[in-house]
Each structure stands twice: as structure tokens, then as C-alpha cells.
Write a protein that binds this ligand. Structure first.
Ligand SMILES: [Fe+2]
Ligand SMILES: [Fe+2]
Length: 293
């Protein structure tokens, strides 16, 4: 499939961060905190962004089918692309620098550190801090040449009807699964409250990282990693009929994580050099020395 895509179909967004910036317009920070944070968020190309984000979701909703996810799983879940010590992986991710961004401080490492430092400042357990620090590491998929819409963007279940509470639901008209009777009913290939573990999600950085670290982190951390872009559920509750009671319990953690991901941008970026020893110890406590991508 990759070979048939044009360059603008691979990278409709100027920057993959545009998706997250757009999330802030959909889910603005609650009022009491807004005044403090408002000026810190980028808004330099809001109007252009609306168009590119629309195009991005059009491609995402068109191409993310049940079969597409299966293809990506078999390609990437062998983890034989690259083996890297953890910090090399962070540096590798950081080569994904956003050239179009006038605010050059905001690289990938800064987003991770701002998220994890906000979690740490609130006194949460160390594995929660680590979750904040690694949650977007799966974005290295972009550096393997994957289209943006198969790395970032809201995720949603494939194999059953697309909820109209997913952003830009009208674009699912172009998705072949919406005309396939195996996949276009409320439950599709799933059953009532079967549990999310049975459910395939659209492919992206969440599932990829989850599969990479699933043997090393506590379960709440794994839910936060795996479902942090599943806005149709953690913000909209559109798929309650697929969640088990256990999922519901665990989604409390996903809910807890989301504001740190969205609203932790601070005017003075964390000092990554000074923080490195703390994070080195933390990473060593939970993760193997090298990660397989
Ligand atoms: Fe993310
Ligand atoms: Fe993030």
C-alpha cells in the first residue's frame, strides 16, 4: 500500500504535532487553569492547521481498515527493524524535529519530559512518571517511513461500526470496512463487553509502544500507553459496549493520564541534562537496556 501513496498522502501535516495542537482546540483545558497556560500553546497557524488536520483525518479514516491493522501488526510486531539502547531511541525520536515550528524548544524529548515532570510534581508513583516519559516513543514509526496517519491521530476500534463520536466521522464513508457487513455492525467481529484486549485498534504509536513494553510495566501504565489516543472512549464514552468491567476500572488511569499529556506545556522547558540521571535510574528500574523496534 505504501508505494501507492503520494508524498502529501504520507505527510498531510506540516508537523505531526499539529494533531496534538488540534486536540487542544477540541478539548481545551478546563477554565481555572486556562489563564496560566493559554499563551504557551502554539497558535501560529491555527487556520492553516484546520485544513491539514482535516486532510490528515480523511486519510486516516479512509485507510485504517481491519486488514490494514493486521498488515501493520505483522510488519512491526516482529520488532526486527532496529535494536537500540533506550537513550539512543530517545535521541532517534528527537531527530523528528518539527522544522515548521517557530518555537524550536519544543522537540519530542521536551514533550515527554514536560509530561513526566508534571506527573512527578503531583507525587504519583515512579512507574506513572516513567509512563509519561516514554508514552510517545512509538512515534519512531514516522522515522521508519510510515505515513503520519498510521502513527498519530485519535485511535478507534476496527472490525466494528465507527462511532459518530470519533472526530470527522463523515470521512469513514470512504473506508471499505464501512461497507463490509462483517465489520459495519455495532459489534462487528466482537461481542457485548468482550473486553478491549479482544479489540483491534487503528494502528499507531500507542499500540506499537504497548506491544514493546507490555512485559515490563504495571497494568495501569500499559492501559495509559495503549489507549491514550482513544479519545472516542476516554473523552466520549462511545464504546462502552465493548469494555469489560476491568477495562472500566483501568480507564480511570487513562483519564488521569490525559491532562498531563495535553496540558503540561510550560513556558520554561525542563532541563533535560539535569534530569537525565533521575530518568536513567527510572528507566533502568523497569526497562531492559536495549529496546527492540
Ligand atoms: Fe501520544
Ligand atoms: Fe503525548
Amino acid at each position: 500500500m505504501k508505494t501507492q501513496l503520494s508524498e502529501s498522502e504520507i505527510a498531510p501535516l506540516q508537523s505531526i504535532e499539529d494533531w496534538e495542537d488540534d486536540l487542544l482546540t477540541r478539548y481545551p483545558e478546563p477554565k481555572d487553569k486556562q489563564a496560566k497556560a493559554k499563551d504557551d500553546y502554539r497558535n501560529y497557524h491555527d487556520s492553516e492547521r484546520v485544513d491539514t488536520v482535516r486532510e490528515f483525518y480523511k486519510l486516516n479514516h479512509t485507510y485504517q481498515t481491519y486488514d490494514f491493522v493486521r498488515e501493520k501488526e505483522s510488519e512491526f510486531l516482529k520488532f526486527e527493524k532496529k535494536e537500540m539502547p533506550f537513550w539512543d531511541a530517545v535521541n532517534f525520536l528527537n531527530t523528528l524535529i518539527d522544522d515548521s515550528d517557530p518555537d524550536t524548544n519544543l522537540d519530542q524529548l521536551q514533550h515527554l519530559l514536560q509530561t513526566s515532570e508534571a506527573i512527578r510534581a503531583d507525587g504519583h508513583p515512579d512507574w506513572f512518571v516513567l509512563t509519561g516519559f516514554i508514552h510517545d516513543l512509538g512515534k519512531v514509526l514516522c522515522l521508519f517511513g510510515e505515513p503520519q496517519w498510521a502513527v498519530v491521530g485519535d485511535t478507534f476500534p476496527v472490525g466494528c461500526q465507527h462511532s459518530d463520536r470519533i472526530v470527522y466521522p463523515e470521512f469513514f464513508d470512504q473506508n471499505p470496512d464501512s461497507k463490509d457487513e462483517r465489520y459495519n455492525t455495532k459489534y462487528g467481529v466482537y461481542s457485548h463487553q468482550c473486553g478491549l484486549n479482544q479489540v483491534k485498534m487503528s494502528w499507531g504509536h500507542d499500540e506499537y509502544l504497548y506491544q514493546m513494553v507490555k512485559d515490563y510495566m504495571p497494568e495501569p501504565a500499559l492501559y495509559m500507553i495503549r489507549y491514550h489516543s482513544f479519545y472516542a472512549q476516554h473523552r466520549e464514552n462511545a464504546y462502552d459496549h465493548l469494555l469489560s468491567d476491568h477495562d472500566r476500572e483501568m480507564f480511570k488511569w487513562v483519564d488521569k493520564f490525559n491532562p498531563y499529556d495535553l496540558y503540561s506545556k510550560v513556558p520554561v522547558p525542563p532541563d533535560s541534562k539535569a534530569l537525565r540521571p533521575y530518568y536513567e535510574d527510572l528507566v533502568a528500574k523497569y526497562l531492559p537496556a536495549t529496546l527492540k523496534f
